[in-house]
Design a protein around this ligand. Structure first.
Ligand code: ATP
Ligand code: MG
Length: 420
């Protein structure tokens, strides 16, 4: 086993092009630095299209595991660094490849690149000069330049030669916050946390809003949503969670006796409240976990009538995904086990026997107009919303909404370094 000196982080193709490159790279760099806080010996160097993390004794595996969460980074390679002298490069390469048992036949190739033009041997020449001694030292390897299982990259630079072979896939997408901010409607289900992660992966900063019907829904249900937000905060450094008291509105909607339409009515009120919170907090879109056809409220006619309750763009990252795709993503990002805990959601309390799959907008609007207190109830719910600041490894901070919204009008596309 070789010991690594550095991690090489690569940006995605899209990220490195165009005039936004520098802004993107800065945002990813801020994210990397925030995740490196538990590893104080590390040092970060930014280069065109890449970030290097010098390890100085910090554990390569553990650090790369954590940096895999940085959006905008497509892959990570642990790197061994040697002085840029032929004999040093050869001995570092031998150590890197290690002791491959002689009875193995591992297809292998050296891929050298002379970046430093003063180095006396060219790239092709280096493939041979490094490959020869390695093959002698490790008879279990056989050269296969077309389909190598082990490809040793040797990048010769003035300050040192970088040797690496492993390419670990990372989160990809756009760096956090580089596409503005959106408000995620976070239930306790499987879909909405995945939708939130997908939105973050596209460069959106998210704040979460959750509707609860306490005391009809339990504190356990609230804890579950807090835990889900905590998982999301691992990818963001921090997220805000707005907890909206929804009991009164739900009760008055239920009072209309329109059983089949209740879910449609509830969703519309949720969107109105989320839109007001979005406006207050500088978010320019709403994100939901809707997936076309999954339940009655997610048929096209339902989405149409529900979506008209807001003027903000309604982003549904999972709209065309299958449930199994969503589940496997939920497992990958670490929300699945929490999502399947059984605590009831506010919507399950009032689930009618046959919710409509084809609501009529005019009828819905008429019912809402008949509820003369609805607008006030919505405003009250926004006023009484409690906002929590959620960080991955810290106790939850509870504070009133007014303390928070004033300090958080960072415009779309900005990223606050204190934020991590
Ligand atoms: P999920 O797994 O995200 O709960 P679902 O398939 O169970 O989704 P619904 O319960 O119909 O679907 O909810 C659709 C979307 O509405 C959710 O993905 C979420 O964005 C939003 N939503 C539902 N209930 C709540 C809630 N109590 N608080 C916040 N958002 C909610
Ligand atoms: Mg749900």
């Amino acid at each position: 086993m070789t010991s690594y000196d550095m991690l090489l982080l690569r940006f995605g193709e899209i990220t490195i092009k165009g005039k936004n490159r520098s802004r993107f790279e800065k945002a990813a760099l801020a994210h990397v630095k925030s995740l490196l806080k538990p590893y104080p010996a590390t040092k970060v160097i930014r280069e065109y299209g890449r970030i290097y993390v010098e390890l100085h004794g910090e554990p390569a595996r553990e650090v790369s595991e954590s940096l895999k969460h940085v959006f905008g980074i497509t892959s990570i390679s642990p790197v061994k660094v040697s002085p840029s002298r032929l004999e040093d490069i050869i001995s570092a390469a031998k150590e890197f490849v290690g002791s491959v048992p002689a009875d193995r036949h591992i297809p292998f190739k050296v891929n050298a690149r002379r970046v430093w033009k003063e180095f006396p041997y060219g790239s092709q020449e280096m493939n041979r000069l490094v490959g020869g001694p390695i093959l002698q030292a490790a008879p279990g390897l056989k050269v296969d330049v077309h389909h190598p299982e082990l490809e040793l990259r040797v990048e010769i630079r003035e300050q040192g030669t970088y040797l690496y072979s492993e390419v670990i896939p990372a989160a990809g997408g756009f760096p956090l916050g580089t596409n503005g901010k959106a408000m995620l409607l976070l239930s306790g289900g499987i879909d909405s946390p995945v939708a939130g992660w997908s939105a973050m992966r596209r460069g959106l900063e998210i704040e979460c809003v959750h509707f609860h019907s306490y005391p009809f829904t339990s504190k356990k249900a609230e804890e579950k949503v807090i835990e889900l937000a905590k998982v999301l905060s691992r990818y963001a450094g921090q997220v805000k969670l707005h907890l909206v008291p929804f009991t009164e509105i739900q009760t008055s909607l239920a009072g209309t006796g329109q059983d089949n339409l209740i879910i449609t009515l509830m969703r519309r009120s949720m969107l109105r409240i989320a839109s007001l919170l979005a406006e207050k907090n500088g978010a320019l879109a709403l994100v939901t976990g809707d997936s076309l056809g999954q339940v009655a409220s997610q048929t096209l006619p339902s989405m149409n009538v529900i979506g008209r309750a807001t003027e903000l763009p309604l982003l549904r990252p999972l709209v065309m995904s299958d449930k199994d795709e969503i589940i496997s993503l939920a497992k990958r990002i670490g929300t699945f086990d929490l999502s399947i805990l059984p605590y009831e959601d506010c919507c399950t309390l009032f689930v009618p026997k046959s919710p409509t799959t084809n609501p009529n907008l005019r009828i819905i609007e008429k019912i809402e107009a008949g509820l003369n207190g609805l607008a006030e109830q919505i405003e009250t719910a926004v006023r009484d919303t409690e906002t929590l600041i959620i960080k991955p490894h810290e106790e939850v901070v509870r504070s009133s909404p007014d303390d928070i919204s004033s300090g958080n009008m960072a415009g779309a596309g900005t990223i606050d370094n204190n934020w991590f």
